[in-house]
Write a protein that binds this ligand. Structure first.
Ligand code: SF4
Ligand code: SF4
Ligand code: FES
Length: 244
């Protein structure tokens, strides 16, 4: 079969450059297969993170021809093969080596979100439609492609004040659970900075699990913030009672 060229970033936090590798194309090949072929035959020190090769572990996130994608879910025959396929690490996170980035900031954001806690005296009977609503959010594989594409993190690097779409999805799964008794709305407003999101929907476009991040998670959460903090009657009550 014909050879195809992969132009792969090689380097670390000190700097680096793109290096071209010619790889023999095989039927059904995905970009991760091509990267593994480079590792096996040309550059055994090429760093890449992966686990499942089934689009389920969320490890092999990268930028292929400038688009955030899972390498194991990106078929070579879906790309133009008459020009180099450009494979770069995710831009929004610090690089460790080659295609591997340090995504540990995400786990620190996750720790800020209180876990599920049932309401006192809650009845454990609820409608299937309520289950279906939160089930969508449980599909997240923590690939962080949505975090990578979000301009608040990618261009403006607001990691100190913004949690990012992945954690709006997680918070939505908890807040919309019919039995949950925790109020995470102040957290969304203050620490997760949901107000920075201007609903561009870029996160939704790259999600490999096709979660409707913006429409089903972020917008309903923004509505809850408005209800609790910007409703005129609630604001008046807060002022009178001195509550924050
Ligand atoms: S919709 Fe909001 S969270 Fe999603 S990419 Fe745009 S600004 Fe970021
Ligand atoms: S919401 Fe989608 S894009 Fe974001 S981390 Fe989860 S699976 Fe990945
Ligand atoms: S290797 Fe698991 S998602 Fe790609």
């Amino acid at each position: 079969m014909a050879d195809v060229t992969l132009r792969v970033f090689r380097g670390d936090k000190e700097g680096g450059q793109a290096v071209d590798y010619k790889v023999p194309l095989t039927p059904g090949m995905v970009v991760l297969d091509a990267v593994h072929s480079i590792q096996a035959h040309q550059a055994p020190d090429l760093a890449v993170r992966w686990n499942c090769k089934a689009a389920k572990c969320g490890s092999c996130s990268a930028e292929v021809n400038g688009k955030p994608r899972l390498m194991c879910k990106t078929r070579m025959d879906s790309l133009r093969l008459d020009q180099p396929i450009i494979v770069y690490p995710m831009k929004a996170f610090p690089i460790i080596k080659d295609l591997v980035t340090d995504v540990s900031w995400n786990y620190n954001v996750n720790k800020k979100i209180p876990a599920f806690k049932p309401r006192a005296g809650a009845s454990w009977k609820f409608y299937q439609s309520d289950v279906d609503r939160v089930q969508e959010f449980r599909k997240c594989i923590e690939c962080f492609l949505c975090q990578n594409v979000c301009h608040v993190l990618r261009e403006h690097d607001k990691k100190d004040v913004f949690g990012g779409p992945r954690f709006f999805v997680r918070t939505a799964g908890l807040e919309m659970h019919p039995m949950d008794g925790v109020n995470r709305v102040p957290l969304l407003k203050e620490q997760l900075g949901i107000g920075y999101c201007n609903i561009t929907k870029c996160c939704t476009e790259v999600c490999p699990e096709e979660i409707h991040i913006t429409d089903n998670a972020i917008i309903p959460l923004k509505e809850r913030v408005v209800d609790q903090f910007y409703d005129p009657l609630t604001m008046m009550f807060r002022k009178i009672s001195g509550a924050k």
